[in-house]
Design a protein around this ligand. Sequence first.
Ligand SMILES: NC(=O)C1=CN([C@@H]2O[C@H](COP(=O)(O)OP(=O)(O)OC[C@H]3O[C@@H](n4cnc5c(N)ncnc54)[C@H](OP(=O)(O)O)[C@@H]3O)[C@@H](O)[C@H]2O)C=CC1
Ligand SMILES: CC(=O)N[C@@H](CCC(=O)OP(=O)(O)O)C(=O)O
Length: 323
Amino acid sequence: MSGKATIGIVGARGHVGTELIKLICGHPQFDLAYVSSRERAGHRVAEFEPAYLGELRYSAPALEDIPALGADAVVLALPNGKAAAYVAAFDFADVDPVIVDLSADFRFDPQWYYGLPELTRAKHAGQRRISNPGCYATAMQLAVAPMREFLDGPVQCFGVSGYSGAGTTPSDKNDPGKLLDNLMPYALTGHVHEREVSARLRHPIEFMPHVAPHFRGLTITANLHLRTAFDRDAVRARYREAYASEPLVRVVDDAPWVSGIAGRHHVDIGGFTLSEDGHRLVVVATEDNLLKGAATQAMQNLNLAFGFDEFAGIPLDAHAEAA
Ligand SMILES: NC(=O)C1=CN([C@@H]2O[C@H](COP(=O)(O)OP(=O)(O)OC[C@H]3O[C@@H](n4cnc5c(N)ncnc54)[C@H](OP(=O)(O)O)[C@@H]3O)[C@@H](O)[C@H]2O)C=CC1
Ligand SMILES: CC(=O)N[C@@H](CCC(=O)OP(=O)(O)O)C(=O)O
């Protein structure tokens, strides 16, 4: 036994589960307890993840058998709508690990801590049930929050994501053939992330998502109407000040490109462009949807829940470069 805290991943074959396995492999204080996948059951983790050096194999335990597997923390990396039954199984068995749910299922549940640490870490009061924000929702909140008190009317967010955002269950949104030379609009009103961001910022956000032919990384272009006129220097100063001590949020001058964010753990925010009268601001944010949009954020939340350094096990290369 390693003496490390142990994590079980339910839904470990998926895009996000795979990224979490990589992060846990490099983490000084966490170890894998179990990884579930029906499709890969019986296969060694090392077959799929070269960074994993142990003997663990994927397994497909019945839902009611999972609580007895005994991890200190459980990450639910399942499609939306599937998490509640697993949480109920832990309740029924009276087993209470830290649970991090990556889906949208508990993001509106006040019993759960909503873990977007840069904006909510002060509200983590030891809760063991943690809801991880949506990928677009993370980028939108970080892009808008520094100007929140000056907003005048709804914020419009145009989003474009790589198709890994749509998971592995086959659909038009992750079909490379249908995406070739294409940009696919979907859920143009009422997307769950529109509701999530509006509720968290307590301000209406209008979100128009699209999926594009690249695999990973998303862009949010946010259009903010402001009560007070700003100039570019004042806006940049606000963002720099808001995120000065945040290693996973990098404020840049130019509008960031999604090609520069794939595989990185931070969010880039920049491109601050104002209308002539200073009352309209456009801000661009890029993020790897599988990392800060999901797995990296889950790792921040796990670190916080266990009292570890929030950034333990997260490569902070972007911070080092920015310094
Ligand atoms: N992809 C992204 O960019 C982001 C995703 N999220 C959220 O994270 C979660 C995981 O996403 P992602 O990794 O993309 O999803 P995937 O579709 O890639 O993976 C889903 C995983 O769940 C398992 N699974 C699927 N259906 C069931 C079921 N009925 N019962 C048990 N296991 C099941 C699959 O494994 P197997 O079939 O082998 O059992 C697989 O491991 C989702 O809730 C998603 O909304 C959040 C932020 C970003
Ligand atoms: C391209 C694509 O389909 N993206 C997903 C976002 C992935 C994510 O963050 O989803 P959850 O809120 O479901 O966790 C979507 O729009 O639903």
